[in-house]
Write a protein that binds this ligand. Structure first.
Ligand SMILES: Cc1cc2nc3c(=O)[nH]c(=O)nc-3n(C[C@H](O)[C@H](O)[C@H](O)COP(=O)(O)OP(=O)(O)OC[C@H]3O[C@@H](n4cnc5c(N)ncnc54)[C@H](O)[C@@H]3O)c2cc1C
Length: 306
């Protein structure tokens, strides 16, 4: 652990292991530091993941760790808490107080879905309260569905979910402003609107049977909800990387290859883009892994020819 790694990858899930795989196959010595809490850990099955359709998320990561173990990639459990960088190296502080040094850093730390303070929400997250129709829409197609307004984007989300069921209710929850245009648009395709604060989600265990609002109970089978999200990037704060705001929050900005505003630091997966599903995170991180290697090659030729 005291060596200078070619690259340190912080976060060892879909994105991080994919970047590490490319780097390992490029004869790079890579350290992956992973806190072991992938975003989809609560979901029993993954969907929309070619070759792994319906498989458990944990099985993909087990296989990913086995894949990278064939190369000079070391995976360790731990959490990065801070980073500092000079012109040549990045030093990462871990939660046990130790530090590790690399010539490049790939942040692949994902994001945190923040559970709203609505009784019955958190226990159903990933089971009957769903965040993404591409991941879970097929399984609830044609059922009695709801969209729980947790952000102004719920109006758009409702139009999306209508693709999977014609029995759909939008709960505005005092958060979504439904103007006349949106009301007409939703009503034109049979979407019901409940304009009232949501008080409770009802049902046994992880099953949903209904939503209680101040206007009464609506019986339902599943609800889609975009929980507020926070990228797991606090440890990068000392680098003061460029960021940009979008409707889902504030995210570190990267170029098309995952380069941040610091020349030794890259970021991949949900930590920079909450919309990336597992295969998207794997694909874009593979691109970044290749680019980290290319940039290291450039530095090595610069040094040799100087
Ligand atoms: C309930 C649910 C179900 C989903 N179902 C699907 C599905 O069916 N199909 C699909 O394609 N997508 C699904 N997704 C989306 C999927 O979870 C993400 O696309 C994917 O996890 C993104 O991968 P990632 O590597 O960017 O982040 P993550 O998988 O979240 O991994 C980030 C890793 O970094 C670690 N980490 C965080 N901070 C630190 C730190 N400071 N130091 C060290 N390690 C750290 C975390 O512990 C974690 O292991 C689902 C999401 C949710 C919430």
């Amino acid at each position: 652990m005291s060596e200078t790694w070619d690259a340190i990858v912080v976060g060892g899930s879909a994105a991080g292991l994919s970047a590490a795989l490319l780097l390992g196959r490029a004869l790079r010595r890579v350290l992956v530091v992973d806190a072991g809490e992938p975003r989809n850990r609560i979901a029993p099955h993954m969907h929309g993941v070619l070759g792994w359709e319906g498989e458990a998320p944990a099985d993909l990561l087990r296989r990913g760790r086995a894949d990278v173990s064939h190369y000079a990639v070391t995976v360790c459990d731990g959490r990065a808490t801070a980073v500092e960088a000079d012109d040549d190296t990045v030093t990462v502080t871990l939660d046990d107080g130790s530090t590790v040094v690399g010539r490049a850093l790939v942040a692949a730390t994902g994001l945190t879905d923040q559970m709203p303070d609505i009784p019955g929400f958190a226990q159903r997250w990933g089971s009957s309260i769903l965040h993404c129709p591409y991941c879970h829409g097929w399984e609830v197609r044609g059922q009695r569905l709801g969209v729980l307004g947790l952000s102004p984007m719920a109006g758009l989300q409702t139009q999306l979910i209508r693709q999977w069921s014609d029995d759909l209710t939008l709960f505005t929850n005092d958060i979504v402003a439904v103007d006349d245009d949106l009301r007409r648009r939703l009503s034109s395709r049979g979407v019901k609107i409940v304009d009232a604060p949501v008080l409770e989600l009802l049902g046994e265990g992880t099953t949903l049977t209904g939503v209680r609002t101040e206007a009464g109970v609506v019986e339902l089978d599943a609800v889609f909800a975009g929980a507020p999200i926070k990228p797991n990037d606090d440890f990068l704060a000392p680098l003061n990387l460029d960021r940009a705001d979008n409707p889902m929050g504030s995210f570190i900005t990267v170029d098309e290859f995952g380069r941040t505003s610091h020349p030794l630091v890259y970021a991949v997966g949900n930590v920079i883009n909450p919309a990336l599903t597992v295969p998207m995170a794997i694909g874009s991180a593979a691109m970044t892994g290749g680019m980290v290697n290319m940039d290291l090659i450039g530095r090595e030729f610069d040094a040799a020819s100087a």
